[in-house]
Design a protein around this ligand. Sequence first.
Ligand SMILES: Nc1nc2c(ncn2[C@@H]2O[C@H](COP(=O)(O)OP(=O)(O)OP(=O)(O)O)[C@@H](O)[C@H]2O)c(=O)[nH]1
Ligand SMILES: [Mg+2]
Length: 460
Amino acid sequence: MHFDDTIAAIATPLGEGGIGIVRVSGPAAQPIGLKIITDMKRKPFPEIKERVVYHGLVYDPDRQKPLDEVLFFYLKKPKSFTGEDTLEIQAHGGMYLLSKILELVLNNGARLAEPGEFTQRAFLNGRIDLVQAESIIDLIRAKTEKAHELALAQLTGKTTQTLAEIESELYQILITIEAALDFPEEGIPEIQKEQLLSQASALHRKLVSLLEGIDEGRKLREGIRLVIVGRPNVGKSSLLNEMLQEERAIVTPIPGTTRDVIEAPLQLRGVPFWLIDTAGLRETEDLIEQMGITKTEANIAQSDLILLMFDGSQPLTAEDRQIIAKLKDRPVLAIINKTDLPQVVRKEDLPEFTSDRIIEISLHSKSGLKELQERIIALVGLGDLKLDDRPLLSRIRHKQALEKAVSALAEFISGLSLGRSEDLLAVDLRTCLDALGLITGKNVSSEVIQGIFAQFCIGK
Ligand SMILES: Nc1nc2c(ncn2[C@@H]2O[C@H](COP(=O)(O)OP(=O)(O)OP(=O)(O)O)[C@@H](O)[C@H]2O)c(=O)[nH]1
Ligand SMILES: [Mg+2]
């Protein structure tokens, strides 16, 4: 794709910094540089060579005075991030200064870039695919080691390469099928059919394994949701505070203390988590508490693991039983708290939970807390996750498209073994390829593209 216009933006965060960068991409990049930057003697540069770092003055020709002393370089298309001519000006990092330089750039032939527009151009110019573009936002936003690893693995193209290989094999199969279409009386010879079947089945396995990895990818990107649930006063907020190592939630002996949902980020072994403290579940006339309970239920529905707490110093109540029943189909780790007090409830009283899913702790005497953390990591299955050895996708958008691709390929495989006609087989293959194109961006609507890039910051 070719763009006639030139875009520009400040690429560094607003605020003071050692340096700040104004980035320009498009055909006017070099002419703008020649117009607004002089050498240190205020003489125009005769030319700006690509890939050379220059030292000069950004000079306002109208006002006849320099704005700043800068370093800058020019990259010639297609060897730049956007695939276009690019000028990067490294000035001092002051807001007034940078906005003045940007204004000068805009007055000399560029327009202000939309959020994510540099990356969008990189995508539209075929420098990166959509998975890589999306991973750039993830890389910028990553707050933990594993989230960072995932984003980087996607950016450096592991997933892109795997998808491209799958696509190219699918195209080969499609070509064979379409060739057979030209000679309908002969059909596909038996030997070739066997070959195609095994090839397609191998591709199907690859797609299924990508699909299976998506949930892990999503968790690493967004954080694993741990929701603390239980009847009032069992120690939910105390657990939140302990895990965060700060007095985040109010703790009192009064049942019904927590009304609203409290959500806080947490990192365990480099994996991002969200820890969510909720209002104790019970029948209540109190309107505020009822609303809190409704919110608790919404959070239960979106949880990856529920930490279901009991007060070990009090007999189990009907409320406890109701909560257990309500959560019977959800992933739960049962926690019997307050073992520092004389114990009334023991693991045996809660036979609903297998031994790996129940644990005794005391938040007052701080016992069992290390084991609790180990259990959580084991149950969410992410402790030893190695990202570098396999491709991963991580978005709902990817999941929907992959599901479509997998089912179309399964159709193709069964059609081929049943001897269905070649034109129907070709349709299944195309459906599969189209669905993969939704992920890589080959076959995606401009609304989807705009939606993705609108999440970026300006200057990226
Ligand atoms: N003895 C003892 N008391 C505890 C322990 N953990 C919490 N508590 C006490 O239990 C009471 C309730 O604790 P919270 O953390 O507010 O309980 P909660 O489940 O958040 O209660 P609600 O917000 O009302 O649903 C407080 O007085 C805590 O100090 C523990 O391990 N041992
Ligand atoms: Mg509470």
